[in-house]
Design a protein around this ligand. Structure first.
Ligand SMILES: [Zn+2]
Length: 255
């Protein structure tokens, strides 16, 4: 299977840690879902999605294990996962687990997949951050959740943000830029770009700055992979395709 599988170089040597940002190549789906669509909720043939998931897990070394996904709704909810047999976690945009052999999956096609790792605790989290989640400060919510529920110090958290639409392509209107600046002030302004009277947002940069405000050090925040709307051969992009479109997966967990 010819997989696009991006990893965090600093995480590769950690024995027992499985993670990655998987691209769209190497699957069986067709048309707008071509080819490694991993979502059962976008109208693709479920048999093909099942095959895609099975082939992908085999290739990354998680053949008999589950990758839990959630019903992502651009909301503020974060769910704690403890059940190894769970396939889908319900409505949420963030998941956390401290259990071995549970792998958390985030499905995206332009939004930012964010993976959290606390290596000394073998604790991981996955987050889906589009503009609504970012406006709501979901990255900061996750850091607070880890501190309050799991007693994790923000400085011990490592974060990786995967392929997502970049400021090169992510044009936004006043409906997004105005509330963003109202809520996040100078932090949001640093991540807005203006070209020919149009405004563009750097979602990954904004999440990075929010994480810094929450106490996550910038040396432990990694940005992995290209803009999804530029690299359409390798990644699904909702903006680029509109209509029928697949979703790619990012995952993390410890064996
Ligand atoms: Zn781009």
């Amino acid at each position: 299977m010819d997989l696009v599988w991006l990893k965090v170089p600093q995480w590769e040597h950690r024995e027992g840690l499985f993670h990655g940002f998987i691209g769209r190549q190497g699957g069986k789906s067709r048309g707008g879902y071509s080819s490694l669509n991993l979502s059962f909720r976008v109208g693709d043939n479920p048999e093909l999605v099942k095959d895609n998931l099975c082939d992908m897990k085999k290739t990354v070394g998680l053949h008999d294990l589950r990758i839990v996904t959630m019903r992502q709704v651009h909301g503020p909810h974060i769910i704690d996962i403890r059940d190894k047999h769970l396939k889908e976690a319900g409505e949420a945009d963030g998941m956390v687990t401290e259990e071995r052999e549970i792998f958390l999956g985030v499905l995206t096609a332009d939004c930012v997949p964010i993976l959290f790792n606390v290596p000394e605790r073998k604790l991981v989290a996955g987050l889906h951050a589009g503009w609504r989640g970012t406006l709501g400060g979901i990255s900061i919510k996750m850091v607070n959740h880890l501190r309050e529920r799991y007693d994790v110090e923000p400085a011990s958290i490592e974060v990786a943000m995967g392929p997502a639409i970049g400021p090169c392509c992510y044009e936004i209107g006043a409906d997004v830029s105005v509330p963003m600046v109202q809520k996040w002030g100078g932090v949001a302004e640093k991540t807005l770009q203006w070209r020919d009277d149009r405004s563009y947002l750097d979602l990954r940069h904004l999440n990075r700055l929010q994480l810094e405000e929450a106490g996550v050090t910038s040396e432990k925040t990694y940005q992995i992979g290209p803009c999804t709307s530029c690299a359409t051969n390798d990644f699904f992009s909702y903006r680029r395709r509109r209509g029928k479109n697949g979703l790619q997966i990012s995952f993390i967990g410890w064996l």
